[in-house]
Ligand binder design. Structure first.
Ligand code: ZN
Length: 285
């Protein structure tokens, strides 16, 4: 019986991860990875180290510890494998042991899958590797606990972000990164005014919705994504015969990537107006 609260628990500090109040409703994660809430000591407020004296001194996978730093929760070995214990008490598997196709990975990734496809910043280049979509696999539960599990929760955490004369709403956790991007873009547009039109009729930031053609939440739902002028972007679903193409200039991509935003132009399933704040893809591999 694995019920004794402190038996074989090896909780690693979540390093400043900002835990929300443990009021989020627990729509179950995958059955194999969701169990009863963790003891109050590790589910309330900011998780702190709860190292049982008898716990084996093995470290969590570095990627898991890194995800906990950027999002919420604490790495924990539950006796069967490493999981991320979330503030609500739910647990999600680091490695669920399943071999998945690309489509299955998008539909039901484990945490390891989120980091499995390398994100390559730098000079813009066509994406030629089929299904090379770094960042598109997301454990939605993790985002829900970090940013808000419902539209109401997310909306309560939105703050204004001004860019090139327009005001948008973004999640307060991501605001510092958005502000750094704004500063970089102001400098870039000052040097090269031809960048300016990309920001005149922007697609925007927050929108609580699913990704087109799926039931998965778009990262726009969490206030961590922004679309430039859609008329200057290319989107794989809009093309009769999808073929990567791009007109978004390098200087814009550089400004976002420097602050931990991934660009949809790095995806086989391209969406070149789209940027989203995913610092783990720059930091956790
Ligand atoms: Zn977008």
């Amino acid at each position: 019986m694995r019920g004794a609260p402190d038996l074989a628990m090896l909780a690693i500090a979540a390093l400043g991860a900002c835990a929300r109040e443990p009021t989020a409703t627990s729509a179950a994660a995958r059955p194999s990875t969701s169990i009863a809430p963790a003891p109050a000591s590790s589910s309330d407020a900011a998780p702190s180290a709860v190292a049982a004296p008898q716990a084996t001194a093995t470290d969590p996978p570095p990627g898991l510890a890194c995800l906990a730093r950027h999002y919420v929760g604490a790495p924990l070995h539950d006796g069967e494998g490493w999981v991320l214990a979330l503030p609500s008490g739910a647990r999600v598997a680091w490695d669920d042991g399943r071999k998945k196709t690309a489509a299955e990975t998008l539909d039901g990734p484990d945490l390891e899958d989120m980091l499995a496809t390398p994100y390559r910043a730098g000079p813009i280049a066509p994406v030629t590797q089929v299904d090379h979509d770094p960042g598109r696999a997301r454990v939605e539960r993790l985002f829900g606990e970090a940013y808000g599990a419902t539209e109401k929760e997310v909306r309560a955490a939105l703050v204004p972000w001004k860019l090139r004369g327009h005001t948008f709403l973004v999640h307060r956790r991501a605001l510092p990164a958005f502000e750094e991007v704004r500063a970089r873009l102001d400098v870039a547009v000052g040097k090269d005014p031809s960048l300016s039109p990309f920001f005149e009729h922007m697609g925007g930031t927050f929108a609580y919705r699913a990704i087109a053609g799926t039931t998965r939440k778009s990262t726009h739902s969490f206030g961590i994504a922004v679309d430039l002028d859609p008329s200057r972007g290319h989107y794989w679903r809009s093309d009769a015969k999808p073929q990567w193409k791009n007109v978004v200039p390098q200087a814009i991509v550089d400004a976002f990537e420097a602050e931990g935003f991934v660009w949809g132009g790095r995806w086989w399933h391209y969406d070149t107006m789209h940027f989203e704040w995913r610092p783990e893809l720059f930091d956790c591999r």
